[in-house]
Write a protein that binds this ligand. Structure first.
Ligand code: UDX
Length: 460
């Protein structure tokens, strides 16, 4: 394999996972971040985010993986430079590109300075890894050029590539090493050739691993223009969010007609054209990607005078799901005043401590504003949630949360929640012992037998 010198700007979630995986498959990687404390921590092998397998990968890749604050050094020494900085939601939901823009300009300056010392043999490939709106590739290109012009006005050799990631929190390492596809967008062929060579070990899966690879011969590339690559990322996330909102709409109808949405999902999911995944009905989607990306795509649509009717509906169905929890509580508890409600799971999904756009936060706020006491359980996100919601009492044992509670809501389907003992739960809870299963993961019959008042989402 051809070994590359890779720079990754932004040692956050995406940057770290990308850097660690590229080092693991054989490249020399330098992760750069302006946060000195973070760099120092990483250099000592401590990974500041919770992601299964990442710390081990960083530790094992030590010979080929380094951390620094020196952006110009990374520009000078890299063949390929990933930009993986944050793109938080800005005005009107559109992605805020100020970090990406600042990095691009610095890259341009550093590139021009490095060229003065020694001309590069091949253009620097600048890769947009952050989720950025359509047109950002051109924007980055412009800023690199402007940065270079600030130094000497000369032409510096670089190419811009869009290479969106599709990794899920909790399985980010796996998703990076065994992707479904690798999407590359560029205006120039040579940049695509470099990127193909960079990803060759991942395509051929020629690296040591203890993980079970996805059963396939080789990972397909999708090579296209910049705008299409950028659009693929947004379209993929919007589609998945819509798929979830669709099944949630079906769940609402199932409740009305007396059908069970879990059986409906199985029945439709066996059709290859539909597919079984992402058809779990419940309190809806959250996290750092779906809400942000769907909002950004809606903002793009409006910029062009297009009404994104389907995306609007995807969002409003999702908002309705949170409120449905409150309605279910009110139906069986009547008033929430003076009641105790347990939230089982607080993170936006299992195997992460991430609370961004977590349904638990809004549900806790709503329940609290209606006069009930809220106690939350989560194996890892508890501390973070307590810091965000002063009225939330946080415990680290699910049964402690259930003790004395009139109602419990399954918010995050952690293994500890899935394997809840209904008898024990019922013995600890107060009447009416209401269990709102916001993820449809518990067995309704077992819950009812134990004396719990079970309410799922769309289960008849
Ligand atoms: C997602 C995409 O899956 C990933 O490809 C992209 O790069 C980033 O966004 P992530 O946010 O980590 O990844 O979580 P994911 O596992 O996709 O779940 C997103 C949300 O949808 C969670 O809140 C989850 O609880 C919810 N969800 C998922 C459902 O409500 N029902 C489902 O059937 C699936």
């Amino acid at each position: 394999m051809e070994e590359f010198n890779v720079g990754v700007v932004g040692a956050g979630y995406v940057g770290l996972v990308t850097g660690a995986c590229l080092a693991h498959v054989g490249h020399r990687v330098r992760c750069v971040d302006k946060n000195e404390a973070r760099v120092a921590e990483l250099a000592e092998g401590r990974v500041p985010i919770y992601e299964p397998g990442l710390e081990e990968l960083v530790a094992r890749g030590r010979k080929r993986l380094s951390f620094s604050t020196d952006l110009p050094g990374a520009v000078r020494d890299s063949d390929v430079l990933f930009i993986a900085v944050d793109t938080p939601p800005g005005e009107g939901g559109s992605a805020d590109l100020s970090s990406v823009g600042a990095v691009a300009r610095s890259v341009g300056r550093a590139l021009a300075e490095a060229e003065r010392e020694r001309a590069r043999e091949k253009p620097l490939v600048v890769v947009n890894k952050s989720t950025v709106p359509v047109g950002s590739g051109d924007y980055v290109s412009m800023l690199v050029r402007e940065g270079a012009q600030e130094v000497d006005g000369g032409n510096v050799p670089y190419r811009v590539v869009s290479n969106p990631e599709f990794l899920r929190e909790g399985s980010a390492v796996y998703d990076s090493l065994f992707p479904d596809r690798i999407v590359l967008g560029a205006e120039k062929r040579d940049a695509l050739d470099t990127m193909r060579a960079l990803y060759q070990p991942i395509v051929e899966q020629s690296f040591p691993t203890q993980l079970d690879p996805r059963p396939r011969d080789a990972v397909p590339f999708v090579t296209t223009d910049l705008a299409s690559a950028e659009m693929i990322k947004y379209a993929a996330n919007a589609f998945l969010a819509t798929k979830i909102s669709f099944i949630n709409e079906m769940a609402a109808l199932c409740e009305l007609v007396g059908a069970d949405v879990t059986n409906v999902a199985t029945g439709i999911g066996l059709d290859d054209r539909i597919g079984a995944r992402f058809l779990n009905a419940g309190i809806g989607w959250g996290g750092s990607c779906f809400p942000k990306d769907v909002a950004a795509l809606r903002a793009v649509a409006r910029e062009y005078g297009h009404e994104p009717a389907l995306l609007d509906a995807t969002v409003s169905v999702n908002e309705r799901q949170r409120k449905a929890v409150i309605q279910k509580l009110q139906r069986d508890l009547r008033t929430l005043k003076g009641k105790r409600v347990a939230l089982l799971g607080l993170a936006f999904k299992p195997n992460t401590d991430d609370l961004r756009e977590a349904p638990s936060l809004e549900i806790a706020r709503l329940v609290n504003s209606l006069g009930a006491r809220v106690v939350g359980y989560d194996p890892v996100a508890g501390k973070g949630a307590a810091a965000m919601l002063p009225d939330l009492k946080v415990v680290f044992d699910p049964y402690e949360a259930l003790a004395g509670a009139h109602a419990a809501v399954v918010v995050t389907e952690w293994e500890e929640v899935r394997s809840l003992d209904p008898e024990k739960a019922a013995s600890l809870m107060e009447d009416p012992k209401l269990l709102v299963d916001g993820r449809n993961v518990l067995d309704p019959a077992a819950a009812l037998d134990a004396g719990l008042l079970y309410r799922g989402f769309g289960r008849g």
